[in-house]
Write a protein that binds this ligand. Sequence first.
Ligand code: CAP
Ligand code: MG
Length: 449
Amino acid sequence: MFFIFILYLIAKGLKYNNSNLYIIIKRGKKVKPIDFLNLKYKPKKSDLVCLFRVEPNKVSLKEAAEHIALESSTGTWDEVLTEKDYMKKLGAKVFLIKGKNVKIAYPSSLFEKGNAPNILSSIAGNIFGMKIVKNLRLDDIKIPDEILNSFKGPKYGIKGIRKMMKVYDRPLIGTIIKPKLGLKTKDHAKVAYDAWLGGCDLVKDDENLSSQNFNKFEERLARTLEKADKAEEETGEKKAYLVNVTAETKEMIKRAELVEQLGGKFVMVDVVTEGFGALQTLREADFNMAIHAHRAMHAAFTRNPRHGISMMVLADIVRLIGCDSLHIGTVVGKLEGRLNEISEIDEEIEKKYVKETKIRLEQNWGTIKPVMAVSSGGLHPGHVPFLIKHLGKDLIIQAGGGIHSNPLGTSAGARAMRQAVNATMQNISLKKYSEKHAELKAALDKWVK
Ligand code: CAP
Ligand code: MG
């Protein structure tokens, strides 16, 4: 019976798949397929390495891992007769399985250099939908020099932003104009002006404001930049407007051109909804402005710790492509995010070298500049000591509600944030500092019980 079965396979030229063991029979000739699993393999310096957490579905972990490696590199669900010997070196290799953790090395020649969407279509593509995995999480990637050097990275980074804003010794303070949608242009510009006068360094649009009829992009940009100039003259400080240019790619570039013409310091872009290709287009255009990355929609794939792509990976891509500041979370604010994860992301984007941890791979960023971390979402002055303690002073602390809901108004709200930063930098408790600072007192009375 078995003999007849083998004859049948030979006749059909089909594959016999005995779980991990593949034998292809091509017209009677055995062809050794690519080895996607080799626990003795030592990754080369030029390999891109991925750290996955894998929950297999009705198969062994080894089999699931092998299928992740093949589907994300050169293989498919069955061995194909079109495979050639010369492509064997392109196969990804599972080289470590430890608990649910799986490390896979990808030869860098699998990827087109300088093409972020292409890289993600392999290592973060079809694999998340494979029936062979119940859950699959891409925790981190280690990017080799060959790929790093094919991207621009941030134009300004932390040092450049500090130089632009002439603020060297404290976190920068930002606000988001609220209400997030609906204000007419004139009122939008007035809120920005009040926030700058109170002490904000940066004022940004919200993620879902672009060029709606109630507040058109061009007029908003001109009027708000005019207020930034006025605030600079009046305060003697640098003030930046982070205008949201998120739009269809050509339109986004057109809007960024206008920001450059009008002398803006920053543009802001929603990196996930805009798309990584378009983000590269913006960075490649090499405008004079710094790029602020808002991450709206990221939680659709970063939030479930068992499935999807981690914020660490998104942060890697954003640094690689070249944004200058990136939202990484707050721990204490309104949005989900744990301290250990957020502080490790903070290191990943701000340091030149990061070492391996449970959720991160080692990375040497070489000449790619550091990105300034942004904490935003549900923040008020009472949170400032915690943020500086855990994320350091190379930080943009942003508050929308935490400034515009201060009982004394927007300018006072901004002043309260500056007071909280000043107190923390001088190691004075907020409570003590608020005894002589009415704006901070109003904030603490409202939010810190
Ligand atoms: C903050 C914010 C930001 C979020 C984004 C908002 O406003 O403008 O978009 O911080 O989250 O609309 O929620 P508030 P993250 O200060 O009024 O909360 O930084 O985590 O990506
Ligand atoms: Mg927002």
